[in-house]
Design a protein around this ligand. Structure first.
Ligand SMILES: Nc1ncnc2c1ncn2[C@@H]1O[C@H](COP(=O)(O)OP(=O)(O)OP(=O)(O)O)[C@@H](O)[C@H]1O
Ligand SMILES: [Mg+2]
Length: 486
């Protein structure tokens, strides 16, 4: 009520005007009465004429009544304006929900309607802005790529969670901290400055974009692809948008693939060159001697076999490597499977004067596995044990249950593996003695395949080996596989 200044202004003006009118009226009436009294006295008439005191009292009563009526009328007329003012003030505070509830027609009614329409419009625009902001915040917060925006003075004005994690930034004051304070990388800072410079030179700021790669060492060593582009932040402010994409894994994969292609080409070329050489000799030199012919053809056969092994192993490996591979899980009777493998390898060992021992309890739990893959795993390990064990050596296959898993131990009394090579023998094409392995027709892919099969079964592999004493490969395969792998 006291805040309604308009009311008080009108009311005070009204009081002043009313007082003036009444005083003037009082003055003239008192003059008239005085004149009338004089007239009566002159005529010696004794009439009871209204005394002046009474007149003042009447004037005061009239004043009080008109004042009260005026007060009410002014109040009724100014309160809608007061209501509209309050609503406009709440709009200014961001509260658009209030509405002017005014029934009056005329200018005040029109004003109230206009204010209400403005409130609805502002509310819907504000909601759109808020929705857009929420969307942007959600995208920024959940993006894998790191995003940073700076102004042209290189102060950070926006940074997402991925960027904080990528650069190990725990605390940041937006619009105050500089990029070079938070990310200590010379190449990055130079590139930002270059983009700032070139965007200042160019009329079209969007043309000054730049893409580059940087390596960061902390909090983790990473290779990042970085995209910098000048942007317009608001009407008068320009800035730089920096987007970082972690390409460490991608680059590693690219390198592995490149190495793999180089290795495959090399492995294919060696036997092919030999085959070509012997075929040319047979064709050009007209070899008539049957023994030489046989010898050459045997060599060609050996290299062809090697090529065949190599291609088979590469295909197997790429199958195991592919994400689409669905392994056919069944409950496999380990006993039966091992008996079968044992009888096959017993013969191979006998041919090399090696003894093959199977150590397996009567009761072995079934395991959930793809039998073909399990056989392939053991075949690769037993082939190695036989291959890298001299004549007269001993090969062992021990199977036993262990904590919900089944453990397979393949041991030999062969040449052993030097300690420094053990961490690398599961790499593709890795061979301790490449010449020796090649000579034996090895491709260097066998253990890589083993490792893949173990991983597919969520198992573990461990190697114990001593040079010239022997090696032991210990494989642990869980009895049951998680449901989603089926
Ligand atoms: N039981 C073992 N005793 C000694 N060295 C071994 C044994 N098993 C593996 N190695 C070493 O590990 C290397 C990698 O083995 P892997 O089975 O992957 O390849 P490979 O036997 O050479 O060829 P293949 O792909 O035909 O099996 C071998 O070249 C060999 O040097
Ligand atoms: Mg092998």
């Amino acid at each position: 009520m006291f805040k309604n200044k308009l009311f008080w202004k009108i009311f005070i003006s009204y009081v002043v005007l009313l007082s003036g009118c009444l005083s003037l009226a009082g003055y003239f009436v008192s003059r008239v009465i005085k004149g009338y009294q004089m007239n009566l006295l002159a005529k010696h008439l004794d009439y009871n004429v209204l005394p002046i005191n009474h007149l003042i009292l009447y004037i005061l009563i009239t004043f009080a009544i008109t004042l009260s009526i005026g007060f009410v009328i002014i109040k009724i007329n100014t309160s809608p304006l007061m209501n509209i003012t309050q609503i406009a003030q709440s709009f200014a505070r961001g509260n658009f929900a209030r509405k002017a509830e005014i029934d009056s027609s005329g200018e005040i009614g029109d004003l109230a309607n206009a204010i209400n329409t403005m409130g609805t419009e502002l509310q819907s625009r504000m909601q759109t802005i808020l929705d857009d902001k929420n969307k942007l915040d959600a995208i920024m917060a959940n993006m894998n790529d790191a995003v940073i925006t700076t102004n042209l003075q290189e102060r950070i004005i926006l940074i997402n969670n991925a960027a904080k994690a990528m650069f190990g930034i725990s605390k940041i004051i937006l619009n105050k901290d500089y990029l070079w304070e938070k990310i200590r990388n010379e190449k990055l800072c130079n590139l930002v400055r270059e983009v700032v410079r070139s965007s200042a030179k160019m009329g079209d700021k969007t043309q000054a974009t730049m893409t580059s790669e940087i390596e960061i060492l902390s909090p983790e060593k990473k290779l990042l692809q970085m995209h910098l582009s000048p942007i317009q932040i608001d009407k008068n402010t320009h800035g730089i948008l920096l987007v970082f994409h972690d390409i460490t894994e991608l680059r590693k994969l690219e390198n592995t693939r490149r190495e793999f292609v180089a290795n495959v080409s090399h492995e294919l070329r060696t036997p092919l060159a030999s085959i070509k050489g012997y075929v040319e000799t047979l064709l050009e030199n007209n070899v008539t001697d049957n023994d030489s012919k046989r010898e050459f053809l045997n060599i060609i056969m050996k290299h062809t076999q090697r090529l065949d092994n190599l291609i088979k192993d590469i295909l197997e490996l790429s199958k195991l490597d592919s994400n689409e591979l669905k392994i056919e899980l069944h409950n496999v009777d380990v006993h039966l499977c091992m008996e079968d493998i044992f009888s096959h390898y017993k013969e191979s060992c006998a041919g090399r004067d090696q003894t093959f021992e199977l150590d397996m309890p009567q009761q072995i739990p079934m395991i959930e596995t793809d039998e073909y893959l399990l056989r392939q795993l053991l075949t690769n390990l037993l082939d190695n044990a036989i291959k890298y064990t001299p004549k007269g050596g001993r090969i062992g296959l021990k199977i036993y249950p262990s904590n919900g898993s089944v453990r397979f131990e393949i041991s030999d009394t062969g040449i052993g593996i030097p300690q420094e090579h053990i961490p690398r023998i599961f790499e593709r094409f890795y061979r301790v003695d490449p010449a020796r392995s090649r000579e034996m027709g090895g491709t260097g892919l066998g253990l890589s395949i083993v490792k893949h099969i173990v991983n597919l079964h969520h198992g573990f592999i461990k190697v114990e080996s001593t040079v010239d004493v022997g090696s032991k490969f210990i494989i642990t395969i869980p009895q049951h596989q998680p449901k989603h792998t089926a």
